[in-house]
Design a protein around this ligand. Structure first.
Ligand SMILES: Cc1ncc(COP(=O)(O)O)c(C=O)c1O
Length: 374
């Protein structure tokens, strides 16, 4: 259960009935009927020539939403983060990143493979921020023996920290030591709008603290494909070259951008429903004996919990398999906890049903443990 919970390797879907409640990730969301209609009608052109009017519109809208000069439509969040490294860093520059960040754990070592940029990983704190002393000590480049630091990479909301949202003030405190040294800051904001909605601030207030930001259209915002990378006009002009290098020039992709426009105009405010459902799910789980969860720490649409047997031994994997067989899918985190993510495809009724299934799955998982000991 230590692989990327948003990847195929962690899927237990094969165990589940067809109508299973899918809490593995918000990446499983399907496009809305309005998105499908807009995709059908989308005006398109060759985006590598800059001639796709729908992509151009999406890029302008995205830049405006995050308060940056320009934005670039990219196929995935992973590619957006990789392009940020390619664009900000010289070859061989180090990047500073938290040791529980998606960029560090689950992006195939892209900064090193694509740009020769090693990751200097420093401890991620439980709220998704970074240890301040370790951060200050991590900047290199004054000494001839050292690689230069080319980038600080932050994450908001923080996936492996259970969707914790960093406020503009918290982001400022993290970005300031980098900016004091002339080091740019990139934000992996795959779920930036979850953070903004949860904190009650505009996404632009979060992006204001960083030089570039990536956010996903294809997670809680329900578009089928696509992420945005935003920054200064000069940064995005160069990023366009990085996208081409990685094979991300997608031609008539206005078909996809049409869904992205609706993701940004119609799907942001409803994220509060996902956050309320995550909180309700955590509260219900807390009532099941054997489940360890902290409902008060749930801020957005992600929560982690553990299932323990009577002897206090973890039964997370047995629980996940039992729940899948009963019709509720969960995934896992980097430290072995069970992850649940609420999204557009999860209703209030699904949460209640998932709780019933969780109760039965805990009983099965812990009974298996008891019988295995005898
Ligand atoms: C925090 C975070 N960053 C980046 C990504 C990568 O996005 P994508 O799956 O579109 O490559 C993910 C995906 O789950 C994520 O959770």
């Amino acid at each position: 259960m230590k692989s990327d919970p948003d990847s195929y390797e962690s899927q237990v879907g094969a165990l589940a009935p067809a109508n299973a409640i899918d809490l593995r990730s918000d990446t499983v969301t399907h496009p809305t009927p309005a998105m499908r209609e807009a995709m059908y009608r989308a005006e398109v052109g060759d985006d590598v020539y800059g001639e796709d009017p729908t992509i151009n519109r999406l890029e302008e809208l995205a830049a405006e939403k995050v308060g940056k000069e320009a934005a670039l439509f990219v196929p995935t969040g992973t590619m957006g983060n990789a392009i940020a490294v390619l664009t900000h860093c010289r070859r061989g520059d180090e990047i500073i990143v938290g040791d529980r960040a998606h960029v560090y754990l689950y992006e195939v070592g892209g900064s090193a493979r694509l740009n020769g940029s090693p990751a200097r990983a420093i401890p991620t704190l439980p709220d998704g921020s970074l240890d301040p002393a370790r951060l200050r000590a991590a900047f290199l480049g004054d000494d001839v023996h050292e690689a230069r630091t080319g980038l600080l990479c932050l994450e908001n909301t923080h996936n492996m920290c259970g969707g914790q949202a960093l406020s503009p003030e918290a982001l400022h405190a993290l970005a300031a030591p980098a900016h004091e040294r002339g080091v740019p800051v990139h934000l992996d904001g795959a779920r930036l709008f979850n953070a903004a909605v949860s904190l009650g601030v505009p996404a632009s207030a979060l992006a204001a603290e960083v030089d570039s930001v990536m956010f996903c259209l294809s997670k809680g915002l329900s578009a089928p494909v696509g992420s945005m990378l935003a920054g200064s006009r000069a940064f995005i002009t160069e990023a366009r070259r990085g996208r081409k290098l990685l094979g991300g020039g997608m031609r008539q992709a206005g078909i996809l951008a049409a869904a992205g426009i609706l993701a940004l105009t119609e799907m942001v405010d409803r994220l509060t429903e996902d956050h309320a459902n995550a909180r309700r799910l955590a509260q219900g789980l807390a009532e099941i004996p054997g489940v360890q969860v902290a409902p008060e720490s749930v801020q957005t649409n992600i929560l982690f919990f553990d299932v323990l047997d009577d002897a206090g031994q973890p039964r997370n994997e047995a629980f996940t398999h039992a729940a899948a067989a009963l019709g509720a899918l969960f995934s896992g985190g980097d430290l072995g906890a069970i992850r649940a993510v609420t999204h557009y495809g999860i209703s209030d009724a699904d949460v209640e049903r998932a709780l019933q299934i969780a109760r039965a799955a805990v009983a099965r998982a812990t009974a298996t443990a008891t019988s295995a000991r005898h």
